[in-house]
Design a protein around this ligand. Structure first.
Ligand code: UDX
Length: 438
């Protein structure tokens, strides 16, 4: 159930800097709540798409949310951050914080955005760090802006790609952190329509909550994948073992699906950034280091399963890959374990015929040159010795597997997402290898 739109009881002027995976859903959500939002995006192609009503990212429900905000006169676009902050009482920084070589977060975009707007900010405006920034960054932004009348508040996002709109309209909690509690509470009020629990704390604690959340989710998944490996060795069925765990309300069923490892633009970046933050603080976060190492091992375990299905070596084998994105329902391939495994198989000398519903086989895709992109899943399996399912696109479940069987050179399936029914595909004559399945 979405919170009420256009709740004018607390209508504020808001600027959002950056129309990416965080900025665009954030701007559209705040407009939906009735605030007057100006979204600044300097990439002309993205801006043109937005002005034409086309979304620059794949997110369910985003086009309607944006269109609603524009139609209500609550959402406007500009290519100038300076113009966007004119008249704004709140300014959300939603610029990239990519991973540096040493694992720390690169704050150069945050710093340059803060510098660019500092002198144009309205007196008493509140700057909000929405991007995931290391512990202590609120102070850095305050120093860069250098104005005693400007407060900086940490307000981390907890959006999952593919469900960013759902997560924005129905957050589990709103976290705001600042040394000025009044400013923090004012930012929290912007989201009052959600009726979500509000945590008001200091900036360092708020920034730590964000990293700790992602690190815990990654650690939970590393445990699940490692447990699946144990199930294979002791002859247990991971699906039923995890069913037995999930009924415990303290564990729950979310984030309990074994796979090729966790990836995406957040978990890998944030886990390494937190490890870096811990080591800088002189804290040995070995548990988190273990979760990261275990995730790298999971990727190797899946690649080894494919090699075994090839008869011991992938060299010279034709291998079909279904799925390249880091998870289903997104077009994002950043830090995708699916893509990393496909590359690894190509590096081992395999001919990798890859299909992903979000990849147009006709276009030249620079990061996929070592793969043979196919226009449909059946073309991908033609002449293949092994089919490996790497991303859990639901459409893969409903394909004609008798057609797949006829097209393959050998009937071997490695299901890295436990997406398929082992008994059903075995009855058709396939050999089936899952994750933690017998
Ligand atoms: C994550 C956090 O969930 C979100 O709160 C934060 O704001 C951003 O990072 P996201 O990266 O979009 O969101 O994806 P998520 O759905 O969390 O999946 C992360 C990775 O874990 C993906 O590679 C996914 O395939 C994998 N995963 C997830 C599993 O392998 N099994 C699961 O059960 C769930």
């Amino acid at each position: 159930m979405s919170p009420p739109a256009n709740d004018h009881t607390n209508r504020q002027a808001v600027a959002v800097i950056g129309a990416g995976y965080v900025g665009l859903p954030t701007a559209a959500t705040l407009a939906h709540f009735g605030h007057h939002v100006v979204l600044a995006e300097r990439e002309q192609s993205k801006l043109a798409a937005l002005r034409a009503g086309r979304m620059p990212i794949v997110e369910a429900g985003l086009d309607e949310l944006v269109a609603g905000g524009v139609a209500a006169g609550n959402l406007h676009f500009t290519d100038s951050a300076v113009d966007a902050v004119a008249g704004a009482a709140f300014v959300f920084l939603c610029v990239p914080t990519p991973q540096s070589a040493d694992g720390s977060a690169d704050l150069s975009y945050v710093e340059s955005a803060a510098k660019e707007i500092a002198s144009s900010l309205e007196p008493g405006a509140i700057v909000v760090n929405k991007s995931t920034v290391p512990v202590g960054s609120a102070n850095m932004v305050e120093q860069v802006i250098g104005r005693p009348d400007i407060s900086v508040v940490s307000n981390p996002e907890f959006l999952r790609e593919g469900t960013a709109v759902l997560d924005s309209l129905n957050p589990d909690r709103i976290v705001v952190g600042a040394d000025d509690a009044r400013a923090a509470a004012k930012v929290g009020e912007l989201f009052s329509s959600t009726r979500a629990p509000l945590i008001v704390t200091d900036a360092t604690t708020s920034e730590t909550i964000k990293y700790a959340s992602n690190a815990f989710l990654a650690t939970k998944l590393s445990f699940v994948n490692a447990l699946a490996g144990l199930c294979e060795e002791v002859g247990a069925d991971a699906r039923d073992v995890l069913l037995g765990l999930g009924y415990d309300k303290r564990i729950g069923f979310e984030f309990l699906r074994p796979g090729p490892g966790w990836g995406g633009s957040c978990l890998p970046k944030d886990t390494r950034a937190l490890l870096h933050i811990a080591s800088e603080a002189g804290y040995d976060f070995s548990l988190l280091a273990g979760a990261i190492a275990s995730n790298d091992e999971q990727l190797s375990r899946v690649a080894a399963k494919v090699e075994t299905a090839c008869g011991g070596s992938a060299d010279g084998a034709t291998i079909a890959v279904w799925g390249l994105t880091f998870k289903a329902n997104t077009d994002d391939r950043r830090d995708s374990p699916s893509l990393q495994i496909a590359h690894r198989l190509a590096d081992l000398g395999a001919t990798v015929q890859a299909f992903d519903p979000t990849v147009d086989a006709e276009t030249d895709v620079p990061d996929l040159h070592d793969l043979q992109l196919q226009a449909d899943p059946y073309a991908a399996v033609a002449g293949a010795r092994v089919l490996v399912v790497l991303t859990e696109w639901d459409e893969f479940r409903w394909l004609d597997f008798s057609r797949v069987l006829a097209a393959m050179a050998e009937p071997n399936i490695v299901d890295a997402r436990n997406l398929l029914d082992p008994a059903a595909v075995r009855r058709m004559g396939f050999s089936y290898t899952g994750i933690g399945r017998q």
